[in-house]
Write a protein that binds this ligand. Structure first.
Ligand code: SAH
Ligand code: SF4
Ligand code: F3S
Length: 446
């Protein structure tokens, strides 16, 4: 007789880092004998991998957690885990707020989930938020996609953007060795993955903490070198990377992207603001002129590259004129997508303490105006695909229309066409684009 396996459910909030961490934690749980439960209410262990980038992200977590804490009162065997960035930020105070929690663990402890749970099952309530050197993970992540995978290359962030909690919750930069990254990618290729996105909060910092310099005094390991180093892995047909920082983005990297056929012509480079004074107050370390030069250089090598970014509106002290400079930048550059957000004051960040905060009304108004422009520009940018043949890597069935499959172009736009997912999953389909929308395309296979 076999015992029914214990079941787990993970809910993930936040960015790709958290998604990648969740996949590794799921792998650890499955290694321990847990089986996935689609419905959290059937699970014996529930893990929230949390985000605190803005206040609304943090509040979302508490409403979910509250429901399961309630369930635990009638079901004491339920194990409740709070992982990720809210866990790191709040630490022990979470146990006072939600005493039903069994484990509170920061993102740097994700690979230690197994050990931490052993302590929980031995009867302890555990908090793991001290800074640690992140160990290489030896279990296999349970990845959501069979086609496209994330691979962390650098953890943490050493920047000090004045609005941002990430350095507080993710700790200092720590690069993985090129050998470890390549080994993970080779394993992915054996499993049939076709696309890899290399991940870092500031991926241009990759390698700064690894030993060695070139005769010219450059770091031996940079993102550019890494791209050359992993480019020949057979089976991996596409490479992407995110997030780029304008302060450190180099022409050498742009050249490598133009030269290496597997590297997709898509750049995600947040600019945050189009006003130099605000950029300074944000401690971003570049000007809007420098940002424009980077985009010009990218386009001189790859005229069709898609450019996406993040921007914040309503940063403390932002005047209407300064906000309009952000709009102007969007107007001039023509982004394929901009993730926008109203500034949200975060604990233990400098800007949260400044007195020149803007009202919620002003922030909401600016957010609406910027989004309107972003959509308009994305629609214009989509037009260039009309009638063209695009290579689309098929990932999934279209959830809305099951007779269609969906995937992404090299420029990272969602694209749909008629087809059977069982046949096409993981294939690169050439399709002629017959319909364009701001953020997605429809085509017919050619
Ligand atoms: N490392 C990346 C971004 C990480 S956070 C970078 O340097 O660009 C993702 C995005 O959230 C940021 O680009 C920023 O636009 C937004 N963001 C971060 N902190 C914020 C805050 N306090 N309020 C509003 N938006 C914020
Ligand atoms: Fe945050 Fe700045 Fe680091 Fe990005 S670079 S994670 S915005 S501190
Ligand atoms: Fe959120 Fe943490 Fe990512 S705060 S955006 S999940 S690094």
């Amino acid at each position: 007789m076999t015992a029914t396996p214990r079941r787990y459910h993970i809910t993930t909030f936040g960015c790709q880092m958290n998604k990648a961490d969740s996949e590794r934690m799921a792998g650890i749980l499955e290694n321990m004998g847990f089986a996935w439960s689609e419905d959290p209410n059937d699970a014996d262990l529930i893990l929230y991998n949390t985000c605190t980038i803005r206040d609304n992200a943090e509040q979302r977590v508490y409403s979910h957690l509250g429901r399961q804490a309630h369930r635990k009162r009638s079901n004491p065997d339920l194990t409740l885990v709070m992982a990720g960035c809210v866990a790191q930020q709040e630490g022990e105070t979470l146990l006072r707020r939600v005493p039903e929690l069994d484990l509170v663990m920061g993102p740097q402890h994700a690979n230690r989930l197994g050990d931490l749970l052993e302590q929980v099952f031995a009867g302890s309530q555990v908090v793991a938020t001290e800074p640690v050197h992140i160990m290489e993970d030896i279990t296999k992540p349970r990845r959501d996609s069979r086609v496209s995978a994330w691979v962390n290359v650098i953890y943490g962030c050493n920047e000090r953007c004045t609005y941002c909690v990430v350095p507080n919750v993710r700790g200092v930069e720590q690069s993985r060795t090129p050998e470890a990254i390549r080994a993970e990618m080779e394993e992915l290729s054996r499993q049939g993955y076709k696309e890899v996105t290399l991940l870092g909060q500031n991926i241009d910092a990759y390698g700064r903490d690894l030993p060695g310099t070139t005769p010219e005094g450059r770091h031996l390991h940079t993102l550019t070198d890494l791209l050359y180093y992993v480019h020949d892995i057979p089976g991996i047909e596409r490479l992407r990377f995110a997030t780029s920082h304008p302060r450190y983005f180099t022409e050498r990297l742009i050249k490598a992207c133009a030269e290496l056929p597997k590297v997709c012509e898509h750049f995600h480079i947040p600019f945050q603001s189009g006003d130099n004074e605000l950029l300074k107050a944000m401690a971003r370390g570049y000007t809007q002129e420098k940002y424009r030069r980077i985009i010009d250089t990218i386009r001189s090598y790859m005229p069709d590259a898609s450019i996406t970014a993040d921007a914040i509106v309503g940063f403390p002290g932002e005047t209407e004129e300064q906000f309009e400079k952000t709009l102007k930048l969007i107007e001039d550059i023509g982004f394929d997508l901009v993730n926008t957000a109203a500034y949200s004051p975060r604990p233990s960040t400098p800007a949260a303490l400044w007195e020149n905060q803007l009202s919620e009304e002003v922030k909401a108004d600016r957010l609406q105006r910027i989004n309107h422009l972003v959509n308009q520009k994305a629609a214009e940018r989509s037009q260039r695909y009309f009638g063209r043949v695009e290579e689309v890597l098929i990932e999934e069935q279209n959830p809305k229309y099951p007779e269609q499959v969906m995937g992404r172009t090299r420029g990272n736009r969602l694209a749909f066409c008629a087809g059977d997912i069982n046949e096409l999953k993981g294939q690169i389909v050439k399709m002629k684009i017959t319909e364009v929308r701001p953020f997605s395309l429809t085509g017919v296979p050619v």
